[in-house]
Design a protein around this ligand. Sequence first.
Ligand code: HXC
Length: 262
Amino acid sequence: YDNIIVDSSPEGGNGKIAIIKMNRPKALNALNDELFTDLIHATTAINNDTNVRCLILTGSTSKAFAAGADISEMKDKNFEDVYRNDMFAEWQEISKRSTSTPIIAAISGYCLGGGNELAMMCDIMVCTKNAKFGQPEINLGIIPGAGGTQRLTRMIGKSKSMYMSLTGDFMDANEAYTSGLVAKVYDDHDELIKESIQIANKVASKGSISLRACKEAINAADELSLQEGLRLERRLFHSLFATDDQKEGMAAFLEKRPANFK
Ligand code: HXC
C-alpha cells in the first residue's frame, strides 16, 4: 500500500491482532481517494482473516489521526459529480455495520471532519492528551458527510454535537473523555500504541464468535427500539450456546483455569 502501513504481527501483540497506520504525514493524513481505497482493501482482508480478532487503526505520527477528507481533492467537484458517484458512500465499508472484527481507533493529534467520522465508525476510541476532535466542515461551506451529524450526536448528545458542528471548534481530550467520545486517554503517542496493543490483546483473547455477536448487539442499539434491541440481544445470547467457546468458557470458570478459546 502507498498510503497506509499494515502490521500484521505488531511487537507486543499476541499474534491475533493487526495494526493499520494511516500514512500521509505531510498532509496530516488527509483522507484522499487513494488512502481510502487502501484502507477498505486492508480492512476487508483483515476482516476475512479469522486469525485476526482485533484491529487497531491509527496515524503514523503523533500529529494526526486524520485531519479530514482531502480538501484539495474535493475543491473542484460540483453537485453532479458528488451526487452521481454518491461520494463517501463507500466509507460505510469500514463502518461497524460491515466489518465484524472489533476495531480500536487510537488517536493522537488532529481527528477532524472525515477523520473523526472514521474514528466513530470504529468500536473503541482511545486517544492521547494532545488529541483534538472536531467537525470543522462548516468553515468550508459544507457539513459533515460520513456520520458527523448522526454518530457524534448519538455519542455525545445534541447540544455538544451542535456546538462542534455549528462553530467548528475543536474538543480536547479531556472533554472527549468526559463526554463519552473516547474510552481512555494516554500521555503520548508511544503510550497510546502500547496500551492500545494491550487492549487489543485482551479483546483478541476472547472467543471470536462472541466478540462479533457482542459488537453486532451493541451497534444495533443505535438503530433499534429498546424492545427490538433486547430481543436481538437475547437471540444472539441464545445462539452462543451453540458454540464450543461457551462450553469452554463455562468449564474453565468452574475448573478455576483460564479459558482457551479456539
Ligand atoms: C487536505 C490538508 C488537510 C485536509 C491538512 N492538510 N488538512 N490537506 N485536506 N483536510 C494539509 C495542509 O494543506 C498542509 O499542506 C499540511 O496538511 C499541514 O497542514 P497545516 O495547515 O500547515 O498545519 P497546521 O497549521 O498545524 O494546522 C493543522 C490543522 C489544519 C488545524 C489540522 O491543517 C486544518 O484546519 N486542516 C483542515 C481541517 C478540516 O477542515 N477538516 C475537514 C475536512 S472536510 P501544505 O502542502 O500546505 O504543507 C471533511 C469532510 C468529510 O472532512 C465529509 C465526509 C467524509
